[in-house]
Ligand binder design. Sequence first.
Ligand SMILES: Cc1cc2nc3c(=O)[nH]c(=O)nc-3n(C[C@H](O)[C@H](O)[C@H](O)COP(=O)(O)OP(=O)(O)OC[C@H]3O[C@@H](n4cnc5c(N)ncnc54)[C@H](O)[C@@H]3O)c2cc1C
Length: 432
Amino acid sequence: MAEIAHERSVLARSLWAATANAAAERPPLRGSVEANVAVIGGGYTGLSAALHLAEAGRSVVLLEAEQPGWGASGRNGGQVNPGLKADPDEIEARFGPDLGPRMVAMSGGCGDLVFDLIARHGIACDAARVGWIRAATTPRAMRALHDVGRQWQARGAAVEPLDATETAQLLGTRAYVGGLIDRRGGNLHPLNYALGLAVAAERQGARLHGGSRATGISATADAVTVTTAEGQVTAGKALICTNAYTGPLAAPLGRTVVPVTSVQVATEPLGDNLGSTILPGGHSPSDTRRLLLYFRKDAQGRFIMGGRGATREASIRACQAALRAASERLYPQLQGAEWTFAWGGDVALTSDHLPGLHRLSPRVMAGLGYNGRGVGMATAMGKVLAEWAQDCPEVELDFAVTPARPIPLHRFRRAGLGVTAAAFGVLDRLGL
Ligand SMILES: Cc1cc2nc3c(=O)[nH]c(=O)nc-3n(C[C@H](O)[C@H](O)[C@H](O)COP(=O)(O)OP(=O)(O)OC[C@H]3O[C@@H](n4cnc5c(N)ncnc54)[C@H](O)[C@@H]3O)c2cc1C
């Protein structure tokens, strides 16, 4: 079975790697090259930026430490979930009457962007625009979902509440008290989407390099130079698109987010009789627990369950076992199913739950921190980064440019999250 290269085995047995479309290995950058824009990172953010820039006729060199789609973009749940974690009213109150509505439109429209790119570039990634269901575990959570639904409806979005019966019919389980369906969303094969973006960017003229970790960024008044082990790119602008895998590059950027491992497990194909009893409409719900569960089937009818993970190997295994158990509680008919896949990757959390768009110097901009909701948002952020690299004034971008502020006591945050997660788990079990 194909596994994720250069990853701990406990996180490497990915369904998506095992079912990926054939992809060419992109060679490392060797020697000195020039481009209008250097893009660092080959996930959705970087690939979308490269594609939009190449489509606009700019020369682009993209540097990826491993291969395109190696990070979260090739490992996630494939749920296309429109909007930010914060509700539209909150975003507009915080960012004002001009930028606020533009941020809401950009984030709410990220599903349109994803499905449009897939259609326009003929990306084979099992895209299904069936809507995104949020399933409520408590009446209080349901009231909050109704409120979110009303806010989106006021802005003309196709978002509707579901009662308990409708939710049970769509999910095939009576575990939830109701839900909200956002018809702008859907699901896809995440790695094949990333690989398709890479091919589309290359067709438009972008040059993509794998095995090319950026190790340094230096700028003069006229240009910025990005260095790798064997080469360098000199460009007018550089975009950093490394999300939870940023590490020490361009400090303090990596300390503006807390990387957290999210894990998933998947069965063998269930077969039609069993498969038709679970998520019969092909939806990909996530629930309202603090430690949320997200689940779906793939195009071949494998059941997939995901949730927040841990850092140590033993606790990652325990999380994966807990996800299998949670699946069987939701769907007792899964007992005895063969669980072939178990994998994970890092999401980037921010302290205000908003992604960050940070200008680090006159020629360098970064976009990251999607808080586990990046299939749509990272694609949309890549487009915004591409607009900035084409000299769009910052005030005209559809997302706020903010300073890159390191999270206080960053070193302790990842460990602290383990304690918070345990507390959240208790509150979830109590239904609070
Ligand atoms: C298990 C899991 C499940 C998820 N489920 C969902 C979901 O269902 N729906 C959803 O919307 N979101 C989901 N997410 C989040 C989503 O996957 C991410 O938000 C999104 O993929 C981020 O894209 P990105 O391009 O910014 O980062 P990534 O895809 O992580 O890409 C960053 C890339 O940068 C490269 N890199 C790092 N440093 C360097 C360097 N110095 N030089 C060159 N390259 C470098 C890395 O190798 C990596 O490939 C999930 C994430 C995980 C891990």
